[in-house]
Design a protein around this ligand. Sequence first.
Ligand SMILES: Nc1nc2c(ncn2[C@@H]2O[C@H](COP(=O)(O)OP(=O)(O)OP(=O)(O)O)[C@@H](O)[C@H]2O)c(=O)[nH]1
Ligand SMILES: [Zn+2]
Length: 297
Amino acid sequence: MKTTGTLIAAFGRQYEVRTDDGEILLCVPRGKKSVFACGDRVQVASTGPGQGVIDKLIERTSLLYRSDAWRQKLIAANATQVVMVVATEPSFSDEFVSRCVCAAEDQHVKVLIVLNKTDLPAGLEDARARLATFSALGYPVLELSALDDVEALRARLIGETSLLVGQSGMGKSTLTNALIPEARAETREISEVLDTGKHTTTFARLYPLPEGGGIIDSPGMQTFGLVHLSSEALEASFPEFRPYAGQCRFRDCRHDTEPGCALREAADAGKIDARRLRQFLEFRAECESARRQAQGW
Ligand SMILES: Nc1nc2c(ncn2[C@@H]2O[C@H](COP(=O)(O)OP(=O)(O)OP(=O)(O)O)[C@@H](O)[C@H]2O)c(=O)[nH]1
Ligand SMILES: [Zn+2]
């Protein structure tokens, strides 16, 4: 019997699919090479009680992934919003935030930044100052404490499929558990099955929200490679650069050392954040070098 469903967890080559009738099937893909991501809509055929094969991928509206020279790692499909979790402590990397924002912009997915652990005041002012760059670009920043009250966040999740991303230790799991109490039990069960023996998130899982929409919790990560973005796509994922498109003296300006570069002039005049321009140049250099490595140059 064939039916459609949503891929709600991905562990290795095994996938958990919730059919549109609400049945949970543990599935393997039919094609050897097919790779799916949490959030994918798929056609499945059941092959036995609680089991099935994935026959077909239904076209994605968005795909978030990270990549280096050798690997691409799918994180989530069909997300409509990326929720970046940062905290007052441990200190977060604003470069990591920029990278996630690029991945989201590239896929035309909304961004929400959550500053967690506001109950710990020591790092609060510093965190706010570093997030000011992003709020100035129009990305909303929501302050909260996952241990205290997550209702303001819940309100921003209704009707969205939100991917939660963050460096390890920012409190993603704590947030997920506060939003979805049954997540706690499930996380523990699965880590026992996989015998990881620890409670950190090791794979992505989609939790439906009672109010509509869902959240995808992803493993904590320390890097977020953007090698899959071409230099043009990377540039387009910095929204503050857009007003300067085509304004450099040279049409093929790389915004690096060329005279008459509109972006560098804008940065010197304080119209765009010089640090973000530096990040763009760094990300691009990293991507170009990784692509050369991958091609064996
Ligand atoms: N004081 C305070 N501590 C928090 C808050 N949220 C989370 N924590 C603590 O921060 C630590 C890390 O939280 P986790 O939820 O495990 O972090 P995570 O981002 O899921 O980390 P990974 O599982 O490694 O990806 C835990 O000790 C939490 O209890 C908060 O709002 N305030
Ligand atoms: Zn330029």
